[in-house]
Design a protein around this ligand. Sequence first.
Ligand code: URA
Length: 259
Amino acid sequence: MQFYANAGVDTVEAESPGGIWNWKAASPRRVPAQQPAPAPQAPAPTASVSAGEALSAAEALAATASDLEMLVSTIAAFEGCPLREGARGPVVYDGVLGADVLIVGEAPGREEDRLGKPFVGRSGQLLDRMLASIGLARAPGEEQRPVCITNVVYWRPPGNRNPTSAELAVCMPFARRFIALTKPKLVLLAGKVPTEAFFPDVSSIIRSRGQWREIETPDGAVPALPIFHPAFLLRQPAQKRWAWRDLLSAKAKLNDPLP
Ligand code: URA
């Protein structure tokens, strides 16, 4: 089991192992020959041209999505991200579209891929508690304000590895359009990956967290605050005090009078 976990295999897809996994029958030389060839109609875009084409397609499609519903269905139908091949389906958003607060995470994990919603695993539960501590919720009650939650990558990377720069690049036109259309009052960037995706000059979440930046949209700049990713806080609970500071800063910004 540890071997499989280390190799990034964490989902059971069949009742029993078959074919190439019969190690008694298969010599190591035969394994590559028995791996399925990529489907001709959906080649992995390894050549820079096809990655470039996918990016151009993403930019054009994102620009033509005139409202959020259209954007969400455009992302779901987009075939240019190679991660799509290994994921159960797209994970686009949860919460209330158009809420004042938009949380942008990294990419779906196993639970998110299974349920089709961002941040529903352990780190999502912590995120919900963090949001509740400043009166925010994805399904708000009377006392809470709504949030919308999304990621910069919409398909689960295998084994929960970090998305590659090409995978990120092809999803970013949609992430930018998502912000332009939801028009949040502020964005919380959960962790290094979304922070770097919007601000390539950032090299450390430790140094950048807590410092307000601005994401440009056609309708003006949206304040964005890098915060620690809840998965990091689960591993390093002592860092929660910094997350608390950042949440208070977000709360204060939310209550600021409009400029
Ligand atoms: N981590 C993320 O960054 N996003 C998710 O949706 C789940 C875990």
